[in-house]
Each structure stands twice: as C-alpha cells, then as structure tokens.
Design a protein around this ligand. Structure first.
Ligand SMILES: Nc1ncnc2c1ncn2[C@@H]1O[C@H](COP(=O)(O)OP(=O)(O)OP(=O)(O)O)[C@@H](O)[C@H]1O
Length: 292
C-alpha cells in the first residue's frame, strides 16, 4: 500500500471537548474497495472520529488526510456521507432534497427505486425512517463517491431493509469504493473486511473478527435451571449474561463458574467455548483504563 492508495487516514488523532477526551490518539485508514467497520459502545468516540476525518471538526492533536490532503470542500465532493441523523431537510419533499444535493455536488439527480419514487412529492418528515435512510443513501451515492462514510446506517431499520442496505454496501465496495461504517450491532461486523474497535476514545483492537477475538473464551452453562443459575452467578459478582435461556460468562475460568453454581446448590454443565465478538468487546471495555 502506498500513501496514494489511502482514501482517508487519521494519524494519532485526539479530540477533546474541554477536559473530556472523546477521541484519544487514534491512527487508522481506509483503502479503496474495503469495508472498514468502526465498532464500539455508545459514546466510544466513533462519530467524533468521523467528524474529524471529514473535516467537520478539527483535531485537538494529530492530523487527518482525505485523498492525501487536508479535508475541505474539494475532498467533500469525492465522498458520500450519511450521518446518524441522515442530514435530510425534513420539511422539503423527497424530490426537493434530491435536487438540492444534486445542485450542491453538480451531478444529475439519481434514479429512484419504486418505494421512494412513490413518495417523491411528500415532505421527508412524513415518510418512514426506512425510506428516509434509503433516500439519504441514494443521495450519498449520487455523485459516485470514492469513499462512503456511513454512521450507524442500520439503526432502527427492519431486518429486510438492513440486508438490502448491506447488499448495496457490498456492491459499492466491489466497484472499488472504500467504505467506513460505524455500528454497535456486533453481527454486522461480519460484513466488514476489517474492524477497528473503539473503547473510551481509544482504538483498542483492529483486524478481522477472528484476529480480535484471539484466544478469548467464554463459559457456557447448560442447565434447565437457567434463571437460578443466572441469579447465582450474578450474585457472585461474575460477568454473566443471559441471551434467551443461554447463560454465558466471558473470560471467566470454568472452575470459578462451577464453584459459584455448586455454592448455590445448582447442578449444571459448564463448558468453555470461543468468545463472541460482543463478549470480547465487554472484556476489552472492562480492561480499558478510564478516559483521560
Ligand atoms: N460537541 C461535544 N461536546 C462535548 N462532548 C461531546 C461532544 N460531541 C461528543 N461528545 C462526547 O464525546 C463522547 C463520544 O461521542 P461520540 O458521539 O463520538 O460517540 P459514539 O461512539 O459515536 O457513540 P454513539 O454510538 O452513541 O453515537 C460522548 O461521551 C459524547 O457525549
């Protein structure tokens, strides 16, 4: 990879608001044709990092470059951005939003798929969130950006629309567009070529899902008394989670779990399994130092 191959990069970027460090010394980049997932809990610093990358906020320390230069209006024209709030004018119609964006970027308005075409004369504030997301996505793609930045693109979207959106993202990446996408749905991480995990402002892990999970394990507790097992492990101060009736504990020795269950008089099978990405994330968050 040469510097010319990098679409966007952050080099030791820190962003502070007063005494609060929202982004802490983050270095990352996105290349053409790859889908990079920025993962992290609420408040981890994902949106702030994106705003700095796009030139919408200045870094307190460190530097950013888009297409090899300081982000400005010219670089903005080479990327598509769908912010968490979608960036649409709620009181303008679908058509008016499209016309406005097309004029700003100097491109012809995009073709609309039938769902959006049917509501083209309605104010955006009156159409459903799913259609609003589709519109924001169509507008972001209309000028054929080299880089697409999507902040929580699937939040509040039904499973079918979510699958469609990821299909569209893959089509873009296959055509050579670089994608930077934030999410806190860990299942969506599997859609990405590369992940960057943020915790309390820092990039704490990077690579594929497999790289990030590494050797971390979890204990799974097999018992018909799952409610009692959960309560007992929770009372013992262990990091237990319950998904459906599945009782699991990330990064906890099986002996510790078995002992806590025995102490509570609960019979159960305890076995060790590879951790999920979500579990790895909680392990990392537990270990991460408090924000500077
Ligand atoms: N303008 C601001 N002034 C003060 N604090 C801010 C500002 N913008 C963001 N923050 C704080 O910085 C931290 C990181 O926020 P950010 O929105 O970047 O997180 P995030 O990872 O995108 O979370 P979410 O998934 O909830 O959007 C939060 O604690 C937030 O309250």
């Amino acid at each position: 990879m040469t510097a010319a191959d990098v679409l966007i990069r952050a080099d030791r970027v820190t962003k502070r608001f007063g005494d609060f460090t929202a982004v802490d010394t983050v270095t990352m980049h996105v290349e053409p044709g790859e889908i990079v997932g920025l993962l992290g809990a609420n408040g981890a610093g994902k949106t702030t990092l994106i705003r700095v990358l796009l030139g919408l906020a200045l870094p307190t320390e460190g530097s950013v470059a888009a297409f090899g230069r300081t982000p400005d209006r010219t670089t903005r024209a080479r990327l598509g951005y769908v912010p968490q709030g979608l960036g649409l004018w709620q009181t303008l119609t679908v058509d008016e939003n499209i016309t406005f964006a097309a004029a700003a970027f100097g491109n012809p308005p995009p073709d609309l798929d039938p769902g959006l075409a049917a509501v083209r004369h309605r104010p955006v504030g009156e159409i459903g969130l799913g259609l609003q997301r589709q519109l924001a996505f169509a507008i972001a793609l209309a000028h054929h950006p080299e880089l697409l930045v999507l902040d929580e693109p699937t939040s509040g979207v039904d499973p079918l629309a979510r699958a469609r959106l990821w299909d569209a993202v893959h089509d873009q990446a296959d055509a050579g567009t670089g994608i930077l996408v934030t999410t806190h749905y860990m299942q969506e991480a599997q859609q990405c070529d590369r992940l960057i995990l943020m915790s309390r402002g820092k990039a704490v892990a990077a690579g594929t899902e497999k790289d990030i999970i590494g050797d971390t394990t979890a204990c799974e507790v097999d018992t018909p008394h799952w409610a009692g097992a959960f309560a007992a492990l929770d009372n013992a101060g262990l990091p237990v989670t319950l998904t459906g009736t599945r009782v699991r504990l990330a990064d906890t020795p099986p002996d510790t779990v078995a002992q806590a269950l025995r102490d509570a008089g609960i019979t159960a099978d305890v076995h060790q399994v590879p951790a999920t990405l979500e579990e790895e994330m909680t392990v990392i968050d537990r270990a991460a130092p408090a924000r500077a």
